[in-house]
Design a protein around this ligand. Structure first.
Ligand SMILES: Cc1cc2nc3c(=O)[nH]c(=O)nc-3n(C[C@H](O)[C@H](O)[C@H](O)COP(=O)(O)OP(=O)(O)OC[C@H]3O[C@@H](n4cnc5c(N)ncnc54)[C@H](O)[C@@H]3O)c2cc1C
Length: 808
């Protein structure tokens, strides 16, 4: 075995082989894949080989399309057949709610370049005659859908990689990973040692074990999964004879089933509700090519539905039941990318749909390793979307829930319940007593809205049981004063003699003076957005950065990668130690003045000022800024005083009409003001000019900041798109995100977020559209659940356009 390689890929399943192939394709032939057994010796060999483009995240959907389009290429290059059958398929809806979801997939497909067609059950029956159309209310016809041979595909990647110059060592087990002082890795195997600059964990079923070699517990769990193969069926033979082709794929979401032809019979798989984890703590190294014992009882409820929806199965003999394990991350998307604190260690694991996603994962990771950037927006599969709160027990509970809900609808107002409550703030019980309905954000319970007694969320695509109350909360802020628990933001302190110089390089904005704050976008090297913060200069206390809570690990990784080696900057997360309370509305100043002796009049405490104030019996940092866009204050207090301050504010606000509000009202308020949010309006897809952040990119400042060249280029070319706000004519359904935006007869963009702006009484959609068209006054429509709703461009913020109230 060779003693050095630039990149060592651990694991020869479909994912590892795809990573190797992509490395070689981009010219990194000094890449070595190490597999402890034969290739495909994990989940890969017994996969059903199905593939499709459906994913909740449009960017992952795009990668799935890339993966499927890739198969012809690797087949040609390797000379190895992948067994590709692009049959097309139908996705079936047995309920109206499901049908509405399918329509939204078609809509998304318009800007993703993924073609699907909404069809009737009768048309679905013509296409896939095994189904009983009376069981369904509608369907989608899909084109990019099919299956392949898992082993052939993996070998095709491997052969293509070898042809391009990469190496593969089989029957070699990686037993230890040791990082050297220079950052390189000693990869210790049972057959000797390899020194590598980068190691990739593509260990699949053993990815946890490989992670433990570097001291990390990756949030992954394997689940048992079953599919059955029938004996030859005369109905299948008849369809083959009549159409001259094989039976097309079907996904029956409400039956939780997927089906396809396999030889002269059918394959039917199910994501059963009574799911079962496999090897919860450790994957035995002895596991390889054996199957797990089938358990028909567990899948019987799904099969019963299957036999009803596809009656020919009632007479079919079962030839074999395959039961095998494969791995999932808590949200079902892959774990890809570098890990904070482990230079040169990369994840390509938790890939639950290797044949839909493996190509995209390989592409992203190879580019990331070689160019320092994945090359597109991989937020939805970035390993950094999970922080240390994603413990083993959390992962176990969430993976089970995710598996059992794999084909379930998740409504926009539906919160998942597994592994909760995990993190709570000190006022959790007080909020709950006030009717708070909670959601979880990075494991933390956050109040969404405050329900009147007896009212709960009724899950729906449309306005629901929370509508009136969220409206009251939003209007209470605009008309009086509201209070919310804002602890879910991430907080970081930056101190040390080099702090200011470092921040000036890290962020494109001008640094604020002591006692002042600024909005601070963060850019990556190509000038695209990777963060939006409030940056506060606390004078002698150093600097405070406040940003998205869900992106904390993602941002910490970036900060740590860019800290100077001389130790002159000290950056720590203070998210847990600092809790937040936000007050907003025209009477918020009066409320604040009642719990502090410090002057807080407009002249003494200006918009974007921040200082430590005596508050109640203690003190806290108070910044005069509000995400509601209103006059307001953000209070950052030590977590052990949050409860005191909360009760003090409530007491003081009684006769001011103080009302608790949650994140749904906050959303309604921030879209009214035109404020964006991370992972919605701000993502690595967009530049600061496109996102309307150019005011905070100080090209003229002396410091050479990260992303400057990209920002200059964007300013010179004008970028590709623009973020715009629209008022939508809609009766009972607001946008939730990812809807297409039409201009005339063409889709020219997509919605990033929106909702009903209660205080203004209009439905709002925010999204990106092609730059050249962005300021057209007429011709806009937004497609919501299959309906084209007329929309009007809103050129200035709906609320406080001149900022008078905010700055009063
Ligand atoms: C029953 C079943 C049906 C499925 N159906 C489908 C489907 O229809 N479509 C689809 O897309 N997906 C399907 N899957 C999922 C699919 O199999 C996985 O997504 C895919 O195999 C994951 O591939 P991988 O390369 O990440 O992991 P694995 O296939 O588990 O490969 C990991 C490899 O790493 C090696 N390895 C681990 N540790 C070490 C070490 N220390 N040293 C050296 N080598 C090591 C292992 O030997 C193994 O070969 C199915 C899975 C099952 C079980």
């Amino acid at each position: 075995m060779q003693s050095h390689a630039r990149v060592v890929v651990i694991g020869g399943g479909v994912v590892g082989c795809s990573v190797l192939y992509h490395l070689a394709r981009f010219g990194c032939t000094d890449a070595l894949l190490i597999e402890r057994d034969e290739l495909t010796s994990g989940s890969t060999w017994h996969a059903a080989g199905g593939m499709h483009t459906v994913n909740g995240d449009p960017n992952v959907a795009k990668l799935q399309k890339y993966t499927i389009d890739l198969y012809k290429e690797i087949e040609e290059l390797s000379g190895q057949a992948t067994g590709l059958h692009l049959t097309g398929g139908v996705m079936l809806a047995a309920t109206e709610a499901r049908f509405e979801w399918l329509k939204s997939l078609t809509a998304k497909g318009r800007y993703l370049g993924i073609e699907t067609k909404v069809i009737t059950p009768e048309r679905a029956h013509e296409l896939m005659p095994l189904l009983d159309p009376s069981c369904f209310v509608g369907a989608l016809e899909t084109i990019v859908d099919g299956h392949l041979d898992p082993s052939g595909t993996t070998h095709a990647y491997a052969k293509a990689a070898r042809k391009l110059g990469a190496q593969i060592e089989r029957f070699t087990k990686v037993e230890e990973l040791i990082q050297c002082a220079d950052g390189s890795w000693r990869v210790i195997t049972n057959k000797g040692e390899v020194r590598a600059e980068h190691v990739v964990n593509a260990g699949g079923l053993w990815a946890r074990e490989v992670g433990r070699m570097v001291g990390r517990e990756h949030p992954i769990l394997a689940m048992e999964h079953m599919y059955l193969l029938t004996a030859d069926m005369p109905e299948v033979a008849a369809i083959n004879a009549a159409t001259g082709r094989e039976v097309i794929h079907a996904i029956d979401f409400d039956g939780e089933l997927y089906l396809r032809q396999e030889r002269g019979g059918m394959l039917m798989g199910t994501y059963e509700k009574a799911c079962k984890p496999w090897s919860e703590d450790e994957t035995p190294w002895s596991f390889g090519h054996e199957l797990l014992a089938p358990d028909l009882e567990r899948i019987a409820p799904s099969l019963e539905v299957g036999f009803k929806h596809f009656p020919a199965f009632q007479n079919a003999g079962i030839r074999q039941i395959i039961n095998g394990p494969f791995t999932f991350a808590p949200d079902g998307n892959p774990l890809v990318g570098p890990v904070r604190g482990l230079r040169g260690y990369w994840c390509a694991c938790g890939v639950m749909a290797g044949f839909s996603q493996g190509g995209g994962v390989g592409l992203a990771l190879a580019q990331w390793i070689l160019n320092g950037d994945p090359g597109f927006d991989v937020w939805a599969m970035d390993v950094a979307r999970f922080g240390d709160w994603a413990s083993k027990a959390y992962t176990n509970a969430r993976v089970r829930e995710n598996y059992s809900r794999r084909f379930s609808i998740r409504f926009p107002n539906e919160e998942l319940t597994a592994a909760r409550p995990l993190r709570t703030t000190p006022i959790h019980d007080l909020l709950a007593a006030a009717g708070a309905q909670f959601g979880a954000s990075a494991g933390l319970e956050v109040p969404l809205w405050f329900a009147p007694p007896g009212v709960r969320d009724s899950f729906s695509w449309h306005r629901s049981t929370d509508f009136a109350t969220v409206g009251e909360e939003a209007r209470a802020v605009r008309q009086g004063v509201g209070l919310m628990d804002s602890s879910s933001f991430a907080k970081y302190s930056v101190t040390g003699p080099g702090a200011a110089v470092w921040l000036d390089h890290l962020l494109p904005c001008k640094l604020p003076a002591p006692g002042r704050m600024t909005m601070a976008p963060m850019l990556k090297d190509d000038g695209k957005l990777i963060g939006d913060f409030t940056l506060a200069n606390l004078g002698d206390e150093g600097w405070l950065l406040i940003g998205s809570g869900v992106a904390e690990e993602y941002h910490l990784r970036w900060f740590h990668d860019h800290l100077p080696a001389d130790g002159s900057v000290h950056l720590v997360s203070r998210t847990r130690e600092l809790s937040g309370l936000a007050i907003a509305g025209p009477r918020s100043r009066e409320l604040l003045s009642r719990i502090t002796r410090a002057p807080v009049d407009g002249a003494s405490f200006r918009f974007m000022d921040i200082r430590r104030l005596p508050l109640g019996l203690g003190d806290a940092l108070v910044g005069r800024v509000s995400y509601t866009g209103d006059l307001g204050y953000e209070i950052w207090c030590s977590t052990d005083t949050q409860r005191h301050l909360f009760t003090a504010l409530q007491e003081a606000g009684k006769d001011l009409g103080l009302r608790l509000f949650g994140s749904r009202a906050l959303n309604a308020l921030r879209v009214e003001k035109g404020y964006g949010s991370w992972a919605r309006e701000y993502r690595p897809l967009y530049g600061p000019l496109e996102a309307g952040f150019e005011r905070f990119v100080a090209l003229e400042k002396a410091a050479d900041f990260i992303g400057k060249q990209g920002a200059i280029a964007e300013r010179e070319t004008g970028g590709v798109r623009r973020l715009r706000t629209f008022i939508v004519e809609t009766e009972r359904t607001d946008v939730i995100g990812d809807e297409p935006i039409w201009q005339g007869e063409r889709v020219v963009g997509w919605v990033t977020s929106g909702g009903y702006a209660h205080a203004s009484g209009v439905s709002v959609a925010v999204g990106y559209v092609e730059r050249e068209l962005a300021d057209l006054d007429t011709g806009w429509r937004i497609e919501i659940l299959g309906t084209l709703c007329p929309a009007r461009l809103q050129k200035s913020p709906l609320f406080d356009a001149d900022g008078r109230r905010q700055r009063s």
